[in-house]
Design a protein around this ligand. Structure first.
Ligand SMILES: Cc1cc2nc3c(=O)[nH]c(=O)nc-3n(C[C@H](O)[C@H](O)[C@H](O)COP(=O)(O)OP(=O)(O)OC[C@H]3O[C@@H](n4cnc5c(N)ncnc54)[C@H](O)[C@@H]3O)c2cc1C
Length: 393
């Protein structure tokens, strides 16, 4: 078993062979991947060493101290947080070799073609069709809210391959080439003024069967790996103390004593403590992940993350008074990365509204926690045994 000392030794070797100051960023990242120091819990040959996931922090700290570049996780979050664990769990050897390295290095951006105009919370109702033709699948349909589709080289896609069976059973999971001529990406402007996400039209997109992930008809199970990892990726990212939304408001509080009131002080203290508890709970969750894939517990983190971001950014706007209402730039941007805590207080306030929708709405996550964590009775489901084609839409 690779331990912390061994990882330190390997990290020093990497730094000696590829000094960050004189090595091209991409070359350094490729060398880091090949040394098994990208995600240490991944298998050897795929960027890891089969080491405990918790030891990643050892490598990251050494590399940061040496001024080494990182792979800019905010830019490639969907690839790292969702596509990669799904490819690792269900991909063939060839698929893992082809996709994981450029994904981790950041040479290929990924997006997620799941939600549709008629299938968001009820994702299993999706209607995008994939029909087998020889060695290919021909895909037609529309996806929506697709973050980073305008930047993406690849997408994880779920589509209906069998309309004659109940909705959860007739879905298959694919890797879709976003450069296929049948893929059309159109921006959707958000409340922030930006267009982080898109609608995506798929017209006769041909996907070779070799880009199927998992068995035909097993796509719902494969998608659970993606969705469980998504909630951890959104709500459970590693942060230093005051690293998230609580950071900017705490700084303003310290630097601008003239803005303080007793009421805001009480609220800030309460939110500061809650943010710290959420951060530490995230640490514990990551330690549990050492034992395998995340389960529904990640939904709890994502719930807390969304609520806190909205309450904290609301407090920040109140603290800043009139200044907090200023929003200087409504130009439609196509951001390269999503930084929830970036820009100004107005941006944080507006962007955090989406936190309780993206990656599963708060209502739906409460249902998941109730049913699969607390073991409470499930919602009545009348469509479980009805063929998808016979469902009312
Ligand atoms: C910023 C952002 C980025 C996104 N990025 C992506 C992406 O990259 N790829 C992608 O595929 N999707 C993406 N999404 C889509 C997101 O996953 C969906 O918006 C979400 O799952 C909700 O689906 P919906 O919008 O269709 O709302 P609906 O499912 O129509 O929900 C409407 C309302 O009904 C409530 N509701 C629905 N069902 C229940 C229930 N059973 N019990 C109680 N209440 C219920 C919901 O909570 C919500 O309040 C993104 C969304 C946002 C906001």
């Amino acid at each position: 078993m690779t331990d912390a000392a061994e990882l330190r030794r390997r990290t020093e070797e990497l730094l000696a062979a590829y000094p960050p100051a004189t090595t091209d960023r991409t070359n350094f990242l490729k060398a880091r991947f090949d040394a098994g120091l990208a995600w240490v819990h991944y298998p050897e040959g795929l960027g890891g060493l089969g080491a405990p996931r918790s030891l990643q922090a050892v490598v990251d700290a050494e590399l940061e101290a040496a001024g080494a570049p990182d792979n800019d996780p905010r830019r490639i979050g969907i690839g790292l947080g969702m596509a990669a664990p799904t490819i690792l769990g269900y991909g063939t050897g060839e698929q893992k070799q082809r996709y994981l390295r450029p994904l981790w290095v950041g040479e290929e951006v990924w997006c997620q073609l799941f939600s549709e105009p008629g299938a968001g919370s009820d994702l299993a109702a999706l209607g995008t069709r994939a029909v087998r033709e020889g060695d290919d699948w021909v895909v037609n349909g529309q996806k929506v809210w697709t973050s980073s589709a305008h930047l993406a080289r690849w997408a994880i896609l779920i589509a209906r391959t069998d309309p004659d069976v109940p909705k959860h059973r007739g879905i298959t999971y694919f890797i879709c080439d976003m450069t296929d001529p049948g893929v059309e990406v159109r921006p959707l402007r958000q409340i922030t003024g930006e267009a982080e996400f898109n609608e995506v039209f798929l017209t006769d997109v041909r996907i070779p069967d070799s880009r199927r992930l998992g068995e035909v008809g097993d796509g719902w199970r494969v998608a659970q790996t993606t969705l469980n990892n998504e909630r951890v990726a959104i709500g459970g990212m590693r942060l230093p103390r005051e690293g998230g939304m609580i950071g900017p408001v705490s700084r303003t509080w310290r630097e601008r004593p003239e803005l303080r009131t007793h009421d805001l002080h009480q609220r800030l203290l309460k939110l500061w403590v809650e943010a710290e508890v959420a951060r530490l709970t995230g640490e514990r969750l990551r330690q549990q992940l050492v034992a395998g894939q995340p389960g529904p517990e990640g939904s709890g983190m994502k719930l807390a993350f969304a609520r806190l971001n909205q309450e904290i950014s609301g407090l920040e706007v109140e603290l800043l008074g009139e200044e907090g209402l200023l929003y200087e730039d409504w130009t439609m941007r196509r951001p390269e990365l999503v930084d929830f805590t970036g820009r100004d207080a107005g941006y944080r306030y507006l962007r955090s509204k989406g936190n309780s929708i993206e990656g599963g709405t708060t209502e739906v996550l409460l249902n998941i926690v109730a049913e699969r964590v607390l073991g409470l009775p499930s919602e009545p489901r009348t469509d479980k045994d009805v063929a998808w084609k016979d469902l009312a839409r």
